[in-house]
Design a protein. Structure first.
Length: 166
């Protein structure tokens, strides 16, 4: 009887939060632009819940030596999550990237490492370049479900591929 009770509890915990063990893969292309001067774009990738509250920052690429001077140019990220972010995003913050293909993997956890409950979420990807353009994508997805999305290239970001599964 104890084993059956334990199995029931484990089974119910998976039903309550099927997002445990989920994986989202994001492949984004940062194009080489033929402009002078060329400054690498700041890029932020984050997840919001259905109420548009930030739940997880997946990546924040910025110029490290200039601190947060240009971070406000990521307008959506700054308003939603950036200005209130603390040390919890240090693990996903890094220097701006060279043009090319970049891959991110997210495990469905929030900034504190807790699994997010299954449901509707928004993936946000924003790029802003000093003396350049700004691009922003907001993509709805079902955490706990599976899907594949491809976003067309824009000025600052090339094609973006998103795959997620439980």
């Amino acid at each position: 009887m104890r084993i059956h009770g334990l199995l029931l509890v484990l089974g119910l915990s998976v039903l309550v939060n099927p997002a445990i063990g989920m994986e989202m893969q994001i492949t984004l292309i940062q194009p080489q632009l033929d402009v002078q001067p060329y400054h690498r774009p700041y890029i932020a990738v984050w997840v919001e819940d259905e109420k548009r509250q930030p739940r997880a920052t997946l990546a924040l690429w910025k110029q490290l030596e200039k601190g947060d001077k240009w971070l406000k140019d990521l307008r959506q990220y700054w308003r939603k999550a950036g200005r209130n972010a603390g040390a919890e995003i240090d693990g996903v913050t890094g220097a701006t990237r060279r043009p090319g293909q970049h891959r991110l993997v997210w495990d469905g956890r929030d900034n504190q490492g807790r699994p997010l409950p299954a449901g509707e979420y928004l993936l946000n990807i924003e790029a802003s370049r000093e003396e350049g353009g700004r691009d922003y994508h907001r993509v709805p997805f079902q955490l706990g479900g599976q899907g594949q999305i491809e976003l067309p290239a824009t000025t600052e970001l090339g094609t973006i591929q998103i795959r997620y599964q439980p």
